[in-house]
Design a protein. Structure first.
Ligand code: ADP
Ligand code: MG
Length: 380
């Protein structure tokens, strides 16, 4: 099945061809016609399954058929949890917008950079991609109004409706017209399904793409049982011994992330950090370097666990386990994307073992666990 039968405008079909998207992914097959038909959608499909284009393409189609020039306020709002994701989603819009004859203007706004340029630019915007905090700031400064929003997207929906964001998102929702299209996309769905139902007022189309059978699971999971003080040497052993060229390492705190990076640098392994305490410029630069293969090891907090699309990332290492099985799933979802298999390695201290068992049980997988302490880590 090709994109042709989904009802997309010819201009978009042409752009898809140029981009090398020959076939819609399963979530796109179902989401695209539903979004074009202005239905509400709850789309659940695993990481890397193309959820972004699943809403970007039909939204742009709808602009093509109803020219954007008639609006003076944004009509589409996409809420995302991180600055990185805001930039990435805008990029996907930007990939397809030039092919249209009716070209909407898309802007991403998020914190960590000066608000002034965003205040200047936001006046002419049709599609606004935003993190909740910065959007509320802009609203408070009267730089933007949300009273013309006709389509709302919550990307990483469960995260956006989770405790950390709930209050901000609720404040934003209160400013939107009640008659609107709601599109919620996520790889995982929190326990709070009731709330999601409540939010999707209008007879939602629920699209749930089943996980592929394990035989074709592109992620090889592996665990090392290792004492806390040997995690550093083991990490360096895995990188050097395995000759890993592009590794994403997750740790739980900003402090820990910085510590790991320092140790790697001391051992002459090219590494850098991404966490919330770093400025936007630094974060962008580091992510860019990592994506382009110029940075060997990127160490990050869970900030980077969500939604970030990195092609052919061969290896993810959990230096510490995440708190929830859901976060584990998002973290390891950074590897093994787009048909290229990847490794997800967890360094598990004896204290973390029970927690790892809980994660495995929730995921319904059994991960092979090796003894890290038995390895000869001298010199690493
Ligand atoms: P998700 O949000 O589901 O985790 P993304 O939207 O970030 O996934 O897409 C993952 C990758 O798949 C991106 O690099 C994107 O360009 C690519 N992709 C999306 N749809 C298609 C398609 N139909 N054909 C080929 N590649 C696609
Ligand atoms: Mg995504």
């Amino acid at each position: 099945m090709s994109f042709t039968s989904l009802g997309l405008a010819p201009a978009l079909l042409k752009a898809l061809e140029t981009e090398g998207y020959s076939q819609p992914t399963p979530i796109q097959k179902q989401a695209i016609p539903a979004v074009i038909a202005k239905k509400d959608v709850l789309g659940i499909a695993k990481t890397g399954s193309g959820k972004t284009a699943g809403y970007v393409l039909p939204i742009l189609h709808n602009f093509q058929t109803a020219p954007p020039s008639q609006y003076r306020e944004p009509t589409v709002l996409v809420l995302v949890p991180t600055r990185e994701l805001a930039g990435q989603v805008r990029q996907v819009f930007q990939t397809f917008i030039p092919s249209l004859t009716n070209r909407p203007i898309c802007l991403a706004v998020s914190g960590g950079v000066s608000i002034n340029p965003q205040m200047q630019a936001i006046g002419k915007v049709n599609i606004l991609v935003a993190t909740p905090g910065r959007l509320l700031e802009l609203i408070e400064k009267n730089a933007v109004r949300l009273s013309s929003i006709s389509t709302l997207v919550l990307d990483e929906a469960d995260k956006m409706l989770n405790l950390g964001f709930r209050e901000e998102v609720d404040r934003i929702l209160a400013l939107l017209p009640t008659a609107r299209q709601n599109l919620l996309f996520s790889a995982t769905l929190g326990e709070d399904v009731g709330l999601i139902r409540q939010l999707i007022l209008n007879d939602p189309q629920v699209i749930k793409i089943a996980e592929e059978p394990e035989a074709t699971d592109p992620i090889n999971q592996l665990g090392y049982l290792v004492s806390e003080e040997k995690k550093g040497p083991l990490l360096r052993y895995l990188i050097k011994h395995g000759d890993l060229k592009q590794v994403l390492v997750f740790a739980s705190s900003t402090l820990k992330v910085d510590g790991i990076v320092n140790k790697l640098l001391k051992n002459r392994i090219h590494a850098a950090a991404i966490h919330s305490k770093l400025g936007q410029q630094a974060r962008n630069f580091t992510l860019q370097q990592f994506k382009s293969g110029q940075l060997r090891v990127l160490v990050a907090t869970d900030l980077l666990a969500r939604g970030i699309d990195i092609e052919f990332l061969p290896c993810v290492i959990n230096y510490e386990l995440p708190r929830s099985p859901k976060d584990y799933l998002h973290r390891i979802g950074r590897t093994g994307r787009a048909e290229s298999p990847g490794d997800a390695i967890s360094l598990i201290s004896p204290e973390e073992m029970d927690h790892f068992k809980v994660i495995q049980k929730k995921m319904g997988t059994r991960v092979k666990i090796l003894s890290g302490d038995q390895l000869d880590l001298q010199g690493y």
